[in-house]
Write a protein that binds this ligand. Structure first.
Ligand code: AP5
Length: 226
C-alpha cells in the first residue's frame, strides 16, 4: 500500500484535555483504530496481566510507565491488521524518547501526517477530570455535567456500569499535570519544528472542538466524509 493511503494522526494535550473524547468520534468518522496507551494499560490491568500490574504501579502515582514497556506495546499494536490504513494515537508519545521510537515505527509508512494539540487551562482539566465517568467495558467516556449518559451511571453504548478511574483522584491529577509539563510538553516544540503541529482551542463544547479538528484534518488532506 502506498504511504499516502495511510493516515497517522496524533492527538496531543494535557490529561483531561479531551483527546479520548475526540479520538472516539474520529475513529468512527475515519474508520481508523484509536490507539490509546492508557486504555491499553487499563485493559491489561482489568485482565490482571503482568503488564497491567506493572503499569498500575506507575499509573497510581501519575508517573509514566517505562519507555521500553510502552514502546513495545505500541509496536505490537501496530502490527495488527486494523492499522493497515493508519491510526489515531492518543497518549503516545509522551516524551521525546517515545516520539523518536514512533518515528522509527512509522518510517516505512510515511510517518505522522498531523499532530493536533488540544489547548486547555489547568483549572478546566481539574473540572473535567473530577466529573469524568468511564465505561470499563467499551471505554466510552462521559462527564457528570458536560456530557452525561442518558441514564445515570450506565453506558449509552453498551449498557455497562460506569466508574471513576483510580488515577482521577485530585492528588494524582496534580502529579499527572506535573509529568505532562515536564516530560510531554517539550513535544509541542518538537512537532512544531517538524511542521506537523496544529493547535486547537479545546475549551469549547465537544461539537465545536470536533469541527475544528475536522478543519485541520481536511487542510492536511485527510478526508472527512460529511
Ligand atoms: P491516559 O489514559 O492516557 O490519560 P491522560 O493522557 O492523562 O488523558 P486522559 O484520559 O485523562 O484525558 P483525555 O485528554 O483523553 O480527556 P477525555 O476525553 O477523557 O494515561 C493514564 C496513565 O497511563 C498515565 O498517567 C501513565 O501512567 C500511563 N500512560 C499512558 N500512556 C503512556 C505512555 N505513552 N507512556 C508512559 N505511560 C503512559 O475528557 C476528560 C473529561 O472531560 C471527560 O469527562 C469528558 O467527557 C470531558 N470532556 C471532553 N471534552 C470536553 C469538552 N470539549 N467540553 C466539556 N467536557 C469535555
Amino acid at each position: 500500500m502506498a504511504a499516502q493511503d495511510r493516515n497517522f494522526i496524533l492527538l496531543l494535550g494535557a490529561p483531561g484535555a479531551g483527546k479520548g473524547t475526540q479520538a472516539q468520534i474520529l475513529q468512527e468518522k475515519l474508520g481508523l483504530p484509536h490507539i490509546a496507551t492508557g486504555d491499553l494499560f487499563r485493559y491489561n490491568l482489568s485482565n490482571k496481566t503482568e503488564l497491567g500490574l506493572l503499569a498500575k504501579s506507575y499509573m497510581d502515582s501519575g508517573a509514566l510507565v517505562p519507555d521500553d514497556v510502552t514502546i513495545k506495546m505500541v509496536a505490537d499494536r501496530l502490527t495488527r491488521e486494523d492499522c493497515a490504513r493508519g491510526a489515531i494515537f492518543d497518549g503516545f508519545p509522551r516524551n521525546l524518547q517515545q516520539a523518536v521510537a514512533l518515528e522509527d515505527l512509522l518510517a516505512d509508512f510515511g510517518g505522522l501526517d498531523v499532530v493536533v494539540m488540544f489547548t486547555v487551562d489547568d483549572d478546566v482539566v481539574v473540572e473535567r477530570i473530577s466529573g469524568r465517568r468511564s465505561c470499563r467495558n467499551c471505554g466510552a467516556v462521559y462527564h457528570d455535567s458536560f456530557n452525561p449518559p442518558k441514564q445515570p451511571n450506565v453506558c449509552d453504548v453498551c449498557g455497562n456500569e460506569l466508574y471513576q478511574r483510580d488515577d482521577d483522584k485530585p492528588e494524582t491529577v496534580k502529579s499527572r499535570l506535573y509529568v505532562y509539563y515536564k516530560q510531554t510538553s517539550p513535544l509541542i516544540g518538537y512537532y512544531f519544528a517538524k511542521g506537523l503541529l496544529e493547535e486547537i482551542n479545546a475549551v469549547q463544547p465537544v461539537a465545536a472542538v470536533t469541527a475544528d479538528v475536522f478543519k485541520v484534518l481536511s487542510a492536511h488532506g485527510i478526508l472527512v466524509a460529511p
